[in-house]
Design a binder for this molecule. Structure first.
Ligand code: IDP
Ligand code: MG
Length: 146
């Protein structure tokens, strides 16, 4: 069993797509372990996207992810990270295939509806950033990797 971290971004929440996005994950067998509505502050957003610092779209990305409430979720199933990335689709909604969240629900960069962790390392980093002190999430994850 594996876990992943997803965000329905402010554009997705504003467009009323929370249910549609979460339904896709539930129907693919994901179990919800954590669900929270939160407006992400700019400092946390900058840490979350620190790998993109210096890109020309960085400040606009921070604007987009902090402009309203997001929905944060930790989800579990086998191969969670790979399956979630497949559900989400390509980064640019213009490239995303039909059947994926970004391919079906659209958006325009940087507002592409949803985030999903791209690796186990990213998941652990992200869940530690967004839910610090909730060590049980990390501990169970680590125990299962041994
Ligand atoms: P991902 O969300 O598919 O993992 P990343 O490359 O990690 O894609 O980029 C993080 C986020 O930054 C994207 O989801 C999108 O919101 C934004 N982004 C990525 N590339 C561009 C771009 O070329 N222009 C504007 N925003 C971008
Ligand atoms: Mg990414």
């Amino acid at each position: 069993m594996e876990r992943t971290f997803i965000i329905v971004k402010p554009d997705g929440v504003a467009r009323g797509l929370v249910g549609a996005v979460l339904e896709r994950f539930e129907r693919r067998g994901f179990r919800l372990l954590k669900l929270e509505v939160r407006t992400i502050d700019r400092g946390l957003a900058a840490e979350h996207y620190s790998h993109l610092k210096g890109r020309p779209f960085f400040e606009g990305l921070l604007d987009a992810i902090t402009e309203g409430p997001s929905v944060l979720a930790v989800l579990e199933r086998e191969d969670a990270i790979k399956v979630a990335r497949n559900i989400v689709g390509a980064t640019n909604p213009s490239d995303a295939l039909p059947g994926t969240v970004r391919g079906d629900l659209g958006g325009c960069l940087p507002r592409n509806v949803v985030h999903a962790s791209d690796s186990r390392e990213s998941y652990e980093r992200e869940v530690g950033l967004f839910f610090p002190g909730e060590a049980w999430l990390l501990e169970v994850q680590e125990a299962k990797q041994e």
